[in-house]
Design a binder for this molecule. Structure first.
Ligand code: SAH
Ligand code: SF4
Ligand code: F3S
Length: 449
């Protein structure tokens, strides 16, 4: 069994986990293929955050049911694997391997068991932090790299499966984080994204005892690294030192994703988010008062059980007050094991949809306003690609905004000459709700200085 296919669902942590899985398998002599029908080993790295995400993997498995047995092996990894465990074998009997995120370093051993004829192999222990040591990580992007700094989550938000699917918090030593950042810089990566379900509760387990703001500031000083991002921040643990660190060093991107979930303190309290609307707004103030123009983005859940029209109205008002640069809006979805299951006053699906659409529309107007403020300004972008249809380069600003641009000297990639991976200075000439557009000003400089 030497070819494999992997499909990944869910968040950046899952995407990064898949990079570790791919690296581990390649190192063991497997070859990655692009289509499931070509693969002897088919892996799904799953997400369970909402019911729809969970259902996706079962519909995928359904598609290939008949192919199982002819030398083809199916494995379910990630959050649905951790949550459902051996029940997956009942729901999809052609699956032979079920493993959660803390077991990926053991994958080669687990696969040996599968190859030996064991049809029900599991790796479900959460009792390890070995996932940090990933010498074989095969990164998808040659310029931008994820680094996990903390695994798991110790919060207990009433709607959320993550504490069950990812286990308790385990922080990685700062030395190991900085070493990985340096190695990445040496291999040509110039942008680092620090990952964790709640990066703000990072605490260095080694003697230096750094908190997240210290780790962030020091990652910004790694030679060769031009941009550092981080996700996700929990407002309760978000301290002013983080804003100060961003103010002090332009390498730290001026973008903070600070999920609020609701603008109503009573909903926040029932969600067990551990902060009130006022406490959240204080953190927003720190950012609004910063020297740098920090982009703020968020996540909102509409239709949490018991959310009244007036609660929802408060969310709309909060969005207007903060003027988010972008927002992910989700309809509340009932999840197994979570404490919100105890609530009975559920909001009808149509009403959730209505609230989602109302909020989306308001947010669209805010983004049009926010983005228009960039017209006439010069922004640095890391170039990520080229769009053949629009004949524009695609770049990303430090605020994480997409900035599409033309370059009169290099209208398209030519003779191996490309801007991708390099930094360019772009004059913004137009703005829409979801992106900016402009023209390149000065020649692009190589990605790593
Ligand atoms: N750790 C991050 C969020 C991880 S999940 C944090 O604490 O912010 C990403 C987003 O999914 C959450 O911010 C929330 O808005 C949404 N989400 C989580 N559980 C959900 C559920 N049961 N229904 C709908 N949305 C949910
Ligand atoms: Fe889920 Fe809350 Fe933990 Fe985020 S902080 S992962 S929303 S439990
Ligand atoms: Fe989904 Fe697991 Fe991430 S539930 S959002 S893949 S932590």
């Amino acid at each position: 069994m030497k070819t494999f296919y992997i499909e990944t669902f869910g968040c950046q942590m899952n995407a990064h986990d898949s990079e570790k899985v791919v690296g581990t398998l390649l190192q063991k002599g497997y070859t990655q293929v692009e289509r499931p029908d070509e693969a002897e080993l088919v892996l799904y790295n799953t997400c369970s955050i909402r019911d729809k995400a969970e259902q996706k993997v079962f519909s995928r498995l359904q598609q290939f049911k008949r192919e199982a047995g002819n030398g083809k092996v199916f494995g379910v990894l990630g959050c649905v694997a951790q949550q459902e465990g051996e029940r997956i074998f009942e729901r999809a009997p052609h699956v032979s391997l079920v493993a959660g995120s803390a077991s990926y370093t053991k994958l080669p051993e687990l696969l040996v068991q599968v190859e030996g004829g064991n049809r029900r192999v599991t790796g479900l222990s959460l009792d390890t932090d070995q996932t940090f040591d990933t010498p074989f990580t095969q990164r998808d992007n040659p310029h931008r790299a994820y680094i996990t700094i903390i695994e798991g989550c110790d919060k207990a938000c009433a709607y959320c499966v993550v504490p069950f699917t990812r286990g308790p918090e385990r922080s990685r030593t700062s030395e190991s984080v900085l070493r990985e950042a340096s190695t990445l810089a040496g291999s040509g990566y110039s942008e680092i994204q620090l990952l964790g379900q709640n990066v703000n509760s990072y605490r260095d387990p080694s003697s230096s005892g750094w908190d997240f703001a210290q780790l962030l500031a020091n990652t910004g000083n790694v030679p060769g690294i031009r941009r550092v991002r981080f996700t996700t921040s929990h407002p309760r643990d978000f301290v002013k030192d983080i804003v100060d660190a961003i103010d002090d060093n332009p390498v730290l991107c001026n973008h903070v994703h600070l999920p609020v979930q609701s603008g109503s303190s009573s909903v926040l309290s029932r969600m067990q988010r551990l902060y009130s609307r006022d406490q959240y707004m204080r953190r927003i103030e720190w950012m609004k008062n910063a020297k740098r123009n920090i982009a703020i983005t968020t996540d909102i859940i509409v239709g949490f059980p018991g959310e009244t029209e007036s609660d929802f109205e408060q969310t709309l008002q909060l969005a207007e007050e903060v003027e988010y640069d972008s927002m992910f809006i989700f309809k509340y979805s009932k999840r197994p094991n979570t404490s919100a299951l105890q609530f009975e006053d559920h909001i009808p699906e149509e009403e959730k949809t209505r609230r989602l659409m109302v909020l989306q529309e308001r947010q669209r107007a805010i983004q049009i306003r926010r983005n228009a403020e960039f017209i006439g300004k010069s922004e640095e972008v890391l170039v990520e690609g080229y769009n053949v249809a629009t004949r524009q380069w695609i770049g990303r600003t430090t605020q994480n905004k997409t900035l599409n641009f033309c370059d009169s000297n290099l209208p398209a990639p030519a003779d191996g000459d490309t801007l991708v991976g390099r930094y360019a200075q772009v004059l913004v000439t137009r703005a829409g709700p979801n992106s900016l557009a402009g023209e390149r000003l000065a020649p692009a400089v190589p990605g790593v200085q």
